[in-house]
Design a protein around this ligand. Structure first.
Ligand code: NAD
Length: 328
């Protein structure tokens, strides 16, 4: 009998087809959002593996999925997973490091360029029959010669830096851990404190995980340190930025603009004040939202589940060090 994997996020037709295409034949894939309450209660104790993207998941599932040996996340940020509950149940949790870096890096550059060149408003007004050939020139910029500051210099930060450098920026970064000398040399990147990065950057992009220590990291004090011409790109997690403070900073000219892919609460409310501003470009958490990323992430995720099924240990376990021994 095939082993059962439950997939916990909502799926759309094309998306479901891709998931099924990647699934190795020895597994059945069951879709949580297609089951009613009693079907869910019945299937949980029979599930062998759990697969999740961004849906919140914790004790309510883990305590009933008694047979499950492993939870695989498709993506890198594990802030939607209650890791301490996973630890309590000895459930190993893995993510797919690096697999979504290209997509997020490309979106970061897109948001910078779109903000710098006022693309959303020019697109809208050109289609409305207005010819704003000159109006925005004084407030439009090029990336070349600007300083791009990175907060977080892991896989996504460094992939973004590569692309930004190709546009002629100077790279500075802050991370909890300094990268190797070779990596700094390759990107011509300078390691600075958080405050120095905030003070010296024309472009600031966020690439750190959401954790208790990073929640609300960018607030009024940090925004006041930034240059008036600075643009802030948040492609990491909404909770890292204090949205009220950002709204005020964008209204009163403390900073020039923001590209926001991720929100403190998702989906973002249509009433959210940040959505009313012309100097904000908003997107619905699509950093890693490409077919190419999907292929890489799913390949890696199913390979890892297959490893466990073949009796090997999973790769990229994020809850090593759990008090209860993991079912590895
Ligand atoms: P990564 O683990 O490769 O890099 C994260 C970096 O953050 C590491 O270098 C780490 O040292 C650093 N860091 C951790 N805590 C820190 C702290 N308190 N202060 C300073 N630096 C700290 O992860 P990644 O692949 O680069 O992804 C980064 C984040 O991007 C993810 O955690 C996720 O939240 C977000 N993300 C968003 C999307 C999207 O669709 N917008 C997609 C993928 C990932």
């Amino acid at each position: 009998m095939n082993k059962r994997i439950i997939y916990f996020d909502r799926v759309f037709d094309d998306f479901k087809k891709i998931l099924i295409e990647h699934k190795p034949v020895e597994f059945d894939l069951l879709f949580w959002h297609e089951m009613n309450h009693s079907e869910r209660e019945k299937i949980l104790p029979e599930a062998d593996y759990l697969l999740v993207a961004t849906e919140k998941i914790g004790d309510e599932v883990f305590s009933k999925a008694t047979k499950a040996r492993f939870l695989q996340k498709t993506g890198i940020g594990v802030d939607n997973i209650d890791l301490s509950a996973a630890n309590t149940h000895g459930l190993p949790v893995s993510n797919t490091p690096g697999a979504n870096a290209t997509g997020v890096a490309e979106l970061t550059i897109l948001l910078i360029l779109a903000l710098y060149r006022k693309l959303p408003i020019l697109n809208k007004e050109t289609k409305n029959g207005k010819w704003l050939m000159w109006e925005f020139r004084p407030s439009s910029f090029e990336m070349e010669g600007k300083t791009h500051g990175f907060i977080g210099f892991g896989n996504i930060g460094r992939e973004t830096a590569k692309r930004s450098k190709a546009f002629g920026t100077n790279i500075i970064y802050y991370d909890k851990y300094r990268v190797s000398e070779d990596q700094e040399k390759e990107l011509d990147a300078q390691y600075l404190s958080l405050e120095e990065v905030l003070k010296n950057s024309d472009i600031i992009s966020l690439h750190i995980p959401l954790m208790p220590e990073t929640e609300g990291l960018i607030g009024e004090y940090e925004l006041n340190l930034m240059k008036k011409n600075a643009v802030l790109i948040n492609v990491s997690r909404g909770g890292i930025v204090q949205e009220d403070a950002l709204y005020h900073a964008l209204c009163d000219g403390t900073i020039a603009g923001a590209g926001i892919d991720v929100w403190a609460s998702e989906p973002v409310s249509p009433e959210h004040p940040l959505l009313t501003l012309d100097n904000v470009i908003a997107s619905p958490h699509i950093g890693a939202g490409t077919r190419d990323t999907l292929n890489r992430v799913l390949k890696m995720a199913f390979q890892n589940i297959k490893r466990v099924n073949d009796g090997e240990k999973p790769e990229y376990v994020v809850n090593n060090g759990a008090q209860k021994e993991l079912k590895l």
